[in-house]
Design a protein around this ligand. Structure first.
Ligand SMILES: NC(=O)c1ccc[n+]([C@@H]2O[C@H](COP(=O)([O-])OP(=O)(O)OC[C@H]3O[C@@H](n4cnc5c(N)ncnc54)[C@H](O)[C@@H]3O)[C@@H](O)[C@H]2O)c1
Length: 312
């Protein structure tokens, strides 16, 4: 199958690209950034900007993908720092991608939304169909992307589907999200023996280990359209507090010092997100289920981080 992935130079792309190549897909990436050294050599890498409609159209026209995974985005913490850029990349970029899919008959557009699409005050566990009132630029642009994709599906028949990811944890360097403190406890704890998290110990949001996240993308992408009762699905795995993550790290890195000093800006973003998600629609429609809990994720992640030259 021919696959085009926008924004695959980041945290998710690092794990998704090897999986696509391993299953025999012909993969093209469209990303502003240069091809990382770790990227499989089979991948065709096109440098370009999703905010530039002509560049997106040229790339889609040349690749003629069966499926387009649209990952390119400006994430939550960065989005609050450069809101104009977040608007351009997340809104204009998504519109350009959908328009290219319509023009060049792409079989499917896969959208990576987020728990940041939700706003404050929702009673956990938070389901798919609650009122979406995000308070961040990132969140509001992701809601816009979800709605725009559904509009392209209704109006032009573009097969649009995607997930709302929790905070993702992997051995790859994160891209400026607010959930990054979790990974830094493992990475900095191992490398420096010390990390001060920028949240309170009680902070609690949904997280997922990257192998589960990549599997979710592939499974939903492969699901027959007729089995899907909706386009965008919550997917959930674990919801540990920051203190519980710290305990899991302490159990596995003897002597590590983990402390907490809440940064008001990032804490406010985090506090606006749900603590626990309801993903029963994903479980019912396409059989979603997570594999990794906090303990198995911690064991696997630390094993990966202990491999030579793997600490970001
Ligand atoms: N990582 C998470 O915890 C998380 C959680 C929820 C949702 N998501 C979503 O998953 C997707 C991928 O996330 P990630 O963590 O890999 O992000 P990342 O920040 O690590 O990587 C994003 C990639 O997009 C590229 N990019 C940025 N602007 C671009 C532009 N104008 N044109 C082309 N490429 C551009 C960057 O060069 C980078 O390679 C995003 O849509 C994000 O919103 C991620």
């Amino acid at each position: 199958m021919k696959i085009l992935v926008t924004g695959a130079g980041g945290q998710i792309g690092a794990d998704l690209l090897p999986r696509l190549v391993a299953r025999g897909d012909s993969v093209t990436v469209f990303d502003l950034a240069p091809q990382p050294a770790t990227c499989p050599s089979e991948v065709r890498w096109v440098r370009g900007d999703v905010t530039m409609a002509g560049e997106v159209f040229d790339a889609v026209k040349a690749a003629r993908p069966d499926r387009l995974f649209h990952l390119a985005a400006i994430l939550s913490a960065t989005g609050e720092r450069v809101p104009h850029r977040a608007w351009a990349v997340n809104m204009e970029g998504t519109r350009n991608v959908l328009e290219a899919a319509r023009l060049f008959d792409v079989g499917q557009v896969f959208f990576t939304s987020t728990i940041a699409a939700f706003g404050p005050g929702l009673e956990p566990p938070v389901g798919d169909d609650v009122s979406l009132r995000p308070t961040t630029m990132y969140g509001l642009t992701k809601v816009g992307g979800e709605l725009l994709g559904e509009w392209y599906q209704r109006t032009y028949g573009v097969d649009f589907r995607g997930v709302r990811f929790p905070g993702l944890i992997s051995a790859a360097e994160p891209g400026g999200g607010t959930s990054d403190y979790a990974l830094f406890m493992y990475v900095n704890g191992l490398r420096d023996g010390f990390y001060e998290a920028f949240v309170t110990p009680e902070s609690q949001i949904p997280f997922m280990y990257m192998p589960d996240a990549v599997r979710a993308v592939l499974e939903l992408s492969d699901a027959p359209r007729a089995s899907l009762g909706r386009s965008i699905y919550n997917i959930a795995a674990i919801s540990p507090t920051a203190a519980e993550i710290a305990d899991a790290v302490r159990e596995r890195i003897p002597g590590v010092r983990l402390t907490f000093r809440s940064d008001p800006r990032r804490q406010a973003i985090l506090d606006s997100w749900p603590s626990v998600l309801d993903d029963s629609n994903a479980r019912k429609d396409w059989g979603w289920s997570h594999e990794y809990d906090l303990a198995s994720m911690s064991d696997d992640l630390l094993a990966k981080l202990r491999e030579p030259a793997s600490v970001p």
